[in-house]
Design a binder for this molecule. Structure first.
Ligand code: SF4
Length: 105
């Protein structure tokens, strides 16, 4: 299969999308019938970015981040966005460790 010059390297690849219809919770978010639903990022890796994840979240009164209305990790075309944010996750973890180390000094 040939890809178009503008298609990202991951487009149409098995590693960037799978749909687990056998999951007891499928679909865990309501989507129109027949719409592709990516289960690859179940338990969104961007949760740790807090308000900077880029998704459709709210914060509950108890301070918990509520992602129940966000479909970003389940969209087939989100693979590139999510993997591009891994560097931001790495930086967030580095800063967290730095603050922890400074607090221990
Ligand atoms: S709001 Fe969406 S993108 Fe952000 S952490 Fe939640 S599920 Fe992930």
């Amino acid at each position: 299969m040939c890809s178009t010059p503008d298609a990202p390297y991951w487009a149409g690849k098995g590693f960037s999308y799978f749909c687990n219809k056998d999951c007891e919770y499928f679909p865990c978010h309501t989507v129109p019938e027949g719409e592709p639903f990516n289960c690859l990022f179940c338990y969104c890796p961007l949760y740790a970015l807090g308000r900077n994840c880029g998704g459709n979240f709210t914060y509950l009164d108890n301070g918990i981040k509520d992602c129940s209305r966000c479909l970003l990790p389940h969209k087939k075309e989100s693979y590139g966005y999510i993997t591009e944010r891994f560097q931001a996750l790495t930086e967030a973890m580095r800063l967290l460790e730095q603050h922890r180390d400074e607090a221990q000094d």
